[in-house]
Design a protein around this ligand. Structure first.
Ligand SMILES: [Zn+2]
Length: 260
């Protein structure tokens, strides 16, 4: 597998990935429909802004190519960039002006590994990996470092790190890297916020916390794999974009069910 076919349909069919797992946890039906090409999630500005920020730290060449490809999304016809990209620019500058953040982002960029977890093949793409330091890092943008999110998974208020399953992501990445190198690498998140001016932090993890994430994946994965391989009807969440688009009413529901 390479960068060209990493996101291809064939690769997504064969391999499990953290983003597939997260998407299936939100809604199996939407996940399967997307995998089959029956549902295309509209590409959001937030997604392009995220890729723009990543490209800026990958290489001069990648960034230039990205800006050319997405020229009309980034640049206004009368000159200057759209507000979201002006903000991304401030976030990029914030990290570039911080020596420790730049140190943490050093290493090989966008490196692909494959491995096996819980009986199925997985693929990962690491933002930045440093073999001499035995560390890897992922660049994340978020609204605020201190925002609280209610989590059904953890059954408590959590930070954006748990809310977006970044602990789970780091646990799986660390394991797949181990399968490829024979060494456990230290994971870090380099975070920059969308605030004005942007805040930033480099986060490290408590490795014992990863056990809970592996347990969680182990419990949830079989149903996802069955749905993915069409061995069962995928579960509909009845709330997401895909479910709302394909919803057919067959019965009435009681008022009290709405908030359950
Ligand atoms: Zn749904």
């Amino acid at each position: 597998m390479n960068r060209q076919n990493y996101h291809s349909n064939e690769a997504n069919q064969y391999y499990m990935s953290v983003s597939q797992f997260k998407s299936a946890m939100k809604c199996e039906a939407s996940f399967v429909a997307e995998l089959k090409g029956e549902f295309i999630r509209p590409s959001s500005t937030a997604l392009i802004v995220g890729s723009y920020t990543h490209a800026a730290f990958e290489s001069e060449q990648v960034f230039t190519q990205f800006c050319e490809k997405h020229h009309d999304s980034i640049f206004k016809s009368r000159g200057g960039k759209y507000a979201d990209f002006e903000q991304a620019e401030r976030m990029i500058e914030t990290l570039k002006n911080d020596r420790f953040a730049m140190f943490a982002l050093e290493g090989e960029k966008e490196v692909i590994f494959t491995g096996e977890l819980f009986g199925v093949p997985w693929k990962i793409k690491v933002d930045s990996i440093h073999h001499d330091r035995k560390s890897f890092s992922d660049l994340k943008t978020t609204q605020s470092l201190y925002k609280r999110y209610w989590s059904e998974k953890y059954n408590k208020y959590v930070s954006f790190v748990e809310a977006y399953d970044y602990v789970l992501q780091m646990a799986i990445y660390r394991e797949i890297i181990y399968q490829n190198t024979g060494q456990y690498y230290d994971p870090y998140l380099v975070v920059v916020t969308k605030e004005t001016p942007p805040d930033k932090e480099i986060l490290e993890f408590e490795i014992p916390d990863f056990d809970f994430e592996f347990e969680y994946v182990k419990i949830m994965l079989p149903s996802i794999i069955e749905a993915k391989s069409s061995r069962k009807e995928p579960v509909r969440c009845e709330k997401c974009e895909y479910c709302r688009m394909t919803k057919q009413l067959t019965k009435t529901i009681k008022v009290g069910y709405l908030l359950e």
